[in-house]
Design a protein around this ligand. Structure first.
Ligand SMILES: [Zn+2]
Length: 494
């Protein structure tokens, strides 16, 4: 029984019914045409954890009424790629960190040199979960190395958690700034795989009822073919999604070509890794990407034909000077695309804005993607990637995961086309209330479940410890300030 349920006087279990009465605007799901549509002045009603009515003038029993005037009601957003237990610690570090000799990617240098301790990872997760909730995310695919207390923490946040404990057969290793090396430890990969399966089973059994497990061999270049094949077997046999990083950097593309003579996507297809249920972060460097000048042009069709989903996270790549080419082309070709927040800020609304603008710049065409395409990706695309037809839509029977947007917030006015105001201007500033599974997790812009300010203080201290230790891990023994100088010179320091 959910917390929202209560016992009726007659003794039977009756679920609490909440009605958002006469909402000014609602983004409702049109099942016939398989698309979101605007509806005006209708009621959105949920009983316990499920939506039961989306339409005019609900006449059934109501226990709690929310005045829908001056509100836009949208389905909760679905984030299918995030690393909450590490990325918040890179605020002020990775925005300008990249290695030109590695085709701009700073990924490898950062993973080797900057290591967050366990207390820092705990604080980071609390900060990220708070940010996500406050910006309207209700479902999160959390890609992390296992952390003690992780399941209880994500459950406590109130998010619908898709928990993906990472494992790999190798680690990246650097001896200079231009050559990516690998330290293989197949036994460690296997132990990680087995530990992940135990944690996934625990997630499925978690008393919150909001957690489920995802199979996550972390990187295509860091896992043996055997480990990948076994990961696919487990995922398909148990009906769980499988998430992996693939086609995320030029170096990775080159490494896979050296090993197998083909693109990462084509090799993934060869070993059975592609298919419905597989989610690739980030599938940017596919064979037709302009940075690669590769001969084949098969990757996009392979993704579409196999039903493989792509987790599109524009921000970190845009900061390197890179982008997926281009979102409109992926969508028109029939690729399932959801959105994610790979780095800070964990703000899917801003990610939506980046996704729209970058696609149009890359395509040199304002019609390359529409705002409706982007909103679809952030809701239905993510739900499809996760194999969930009860998420990302406001329709009776779907989960009561929803977000109330304040149309009177200055950032929303004029709200002629409220989704446009939300995505291109307001973002999280207009997010007033958030419900997951029928429970309020954000009310009046305040996250109810976590103490973000307290976690931010612990995160700042942990970041300092991480930065202090960089010379011990960096391949040249450099300081963090040498690797990533502040953006302005500090006056008085030579
Ligand atoms: Zn990632």
């Amino acid at each position: 029984m959910s917390v929202a349920s209560h016992r009726a006087s007659g003794g039977g279990v009756v679920e609490k019914v909440t009605c958002i009465r006469a909402a000014d605007w609602v983004v409702a799901w049109d099942e016939t045409n398989r698309r979101h549509v605007y509806r005006r002045h209708i009621d959105v009603v949920f009983a316990g954890s499920r939506l039961v009515f989306v339409g005019p003038q609900f006449t059934g029993r109501v226990d709690e009424t929310i005045d829908g005037r001056a509100l836009l009601v949208i389905p909760g957003l679905i984030d299918i790629h995030a690393h909450p237990t590490t990325e918040p610690a890179f605020k002020g570090v990775r925005e300008t960190h990249g290695v030109p000799e590695m085709y701009m990617s700073g990924l490898y240098e950062r993973v080797v040199g900057f290591r967050l301790d366990e207390a820092g990872r705990q604080a980071a997760a609390e900060v990220a979960y708070s940010e996500l909730l406050a910006s309207g995310v209700t479902s999160l695919l959390d890609l992390s190395a296992p952390l003690p207390g992780w399941l209880d923490l994500i459950a406590r946040s109130g998010l619908r958690g898709f928990v993906a404990p990472g494992y790999a057969s190798a680690r990246w290793h650097l001896e200079n700034n231009h050559e990516l090396k690998f330290q293989w430890d197949e036994a460690a990969g296997r132990r990680g795989f087995e530990a992940a399966q135990r944690l996934i089973a625990e997630a499925d059994r978690h008393p919150s009822g909001r957690l489920s497990g995802v199979v996550y061999p972390a990187q295509i270049d860091l896992c043996t073919e055997n480990l990948l094949r076994e990961s696919v077997d487990v995922a398909r046999r148990t009906g769980r999604p499988l998430a992996i990083h693939a086609a995320q950097s030029v170096l990775e593309f080159q490494v896979m070509v050296q090993r197998h003579g083909k693109s990462p996507i084509q090799w993934a297809h060869e070993i059975g890794l592609l298919g419905a249920g597989t989610i690739l972060g980030h599938a940017i460097f596919i064979d037709e990407h302009s940075w690669l000048h590769w001969g084949s042009h098969r990757d996009l069709d392979l993704l579409a034909e196999t039903g493989t989903a792509v987790a599109h996270c524009p921000t970190p790549f845009a900061r390197y000077g890179q982008t997926l080419e281009h979102l409109g082309r992926y969508l028109r070709r029939g690729v399932v695309v959801g959105l994610g927040t790979d780095v800070s800020p964990h703000n899917l609304l801003e990610e939506m804005r980046w996704a729209a603008v970058l696609a149009r710049i890359t395509a040199e065409d304002i019609t390359a993607v529409t705002t409706a395409d982007i909103f679809h990706a952030a809701t239905i695309g993510g739900a499809q990637a996760l194999g969930r037809d009860d998420l990302g839509r406001l329709v009776p029977g779907a989960k009561a995961d929803l977000v109330l947007i304040d149309l009177t917030d200055a950032s929303m006015v004029p709200a002629r086309d409220p989704l446009s105001s939300l995505i291109y201007t307001a973002a999280e500033r207009a997010v007033r209330d958030v419900y997951v599974d029928g429970h309020a997790v954000v009310a009046n812009r305040k996250v109810l479940t976590l103490d973000r300010a307290d976690a931010a203080g612990r995160l700042a201290a942990a970041q300092q410890r991480m930065l202090d230790a960089v010379p011990h891990h960096d391949y040249l023994g450099r300081s963090a300030d040498t690797i990533v100088p502040l953006c302005l010179p500090l006056d008085g320091v030579s």
